[in-house]
Design a protein around this ligand. Sequence first.
Ligand code: BG6
Length: 480
Amino acid sequence: ELKENTIIIVFGASGDLAKKKTFPALFGLYKQGLLPRGVHIVGYARTKMNDHEFKKRQVSYVKGTDDPAVKSPLDEFKEISSYISGPYDEDSGFQALEEHLLSIETKYASGPHNRLFYFALPPSVFIPVAEGVKKHNYSKNGINRLIIEKPFGKDLESSRELLSAIGKQWAEEETFRIDHYLGKEVVKNILLFRFSNGAFSPSWNNRAISNVQIMFKEPFGTEGRGGYFDEFGILRDILQNHLTQVLTILAMEPPASFGAKDIRDEKVKVLQAISPIAPEDTLLGQYVAAKGKPGYLDDDTVPKGSKCPTFAATTLYIKNERWEGVPFILIAGKALDEAKVEVRIQFKDVTEGAFKDIPRNELVFRIQPSEAVYLKINAKVPGLHTRALPTNMDLTYKRQFPESKIPDAYEALILDALRGDSSNFVRDDELDGAWKIFTPILHWIDGKNGDPIKYEYGSTGPEEFGDYIAARGYRPSDGQ
Ligand code: BG6
């Protein structure tokens, strides 16, 4: 565990990701006293700016700065932060960084020096920076760790190139690949829920479950991020990583222990049991202008006539005894009618007896917003008659745990990396497994096959979506 004498070096420190996620999370941890004692933060990027400008930028996304409980730790946080600019592909940059790191270390700490390197970088410079850091900035007498942000490759081949080039410099145990969905509270609850509730274990399989939906909906478009997004599309942005990770946790066999190795071994087995996605199992969409909001192609940063999907639904089948025949439907879309990420597990119909036409049970994990787990069940309406009503057994976090603060995903993950716990990070073979499933359909789309179906900004997605999920066994039920 990195408890003291640690410098956290953030590469890409002038970028959006660092500003919006990394620094606010580091500050959140600092404020709670969860960063190592005597920690220092060093930002590194190509942009030239002085320390003052950097610090202003660094804390621009921190909320509640008027509150004295925030202001005073924030002043301290700025005090322990510094910035240095330089190139990503020349020795000189890493040498200058090294001098800076050494000056901090000699001034503030004796004994072994630990370094946590955080790559909030475009993937095109992952390799040179991983090499430069290893050559010039690797601590010889302390612990070194590397946190890498997505996108980790664009397909199986490019992901393997990255894995192999970075793997030559950095051991897998030192490498922490972030998928921030693994830091979300409800996603973390899935494992515990599954393996600690005997009521559900006997029905967590194809005998009881009809279909599973894992759905991501965002109410805004690419807005200014179109240039980046167009290179990747919704499948790489959300499905291949975030939703597939959630799927593996839902579907894995019980791990031998809750240690990182055992959990990830089981997740990999799920991926290995899934065949590559077929185009005919996939519905692609792209949003168009509506209600005064611009369409995807109206974004100036998007190439003219792009066929890049901003919505996708696809179905994965897990070929093992537990899941044979159960469709796992992954759905993600931008510019939809609401912000919602949830998992819906639909149980099979009651086929015998007096209630055979009754709505199905459905177990819902609402990942965001308003975290909840609820089970749709049928209950007798109280009274002197027998009438069944679909209702909810409801675990809404705010009501159930009013005192608990739901941790930010990035805070949770950075803390895990400092503690050396990699259970919630993506191991090399998981990446490989996920890319194997998605690469054929991605190449098919990249080859300009398949025109995405147009859907209106602010709608529920392409009109065909209802038929798509119905054909895979999903039945809408009453209520939420
Ligand atoms: C990122 C995607 O990984 O996740 C973004 O690149 C997306 O396009 C974001 O908006 C969603 O994250 P969250 O935590 O807001 O659900």
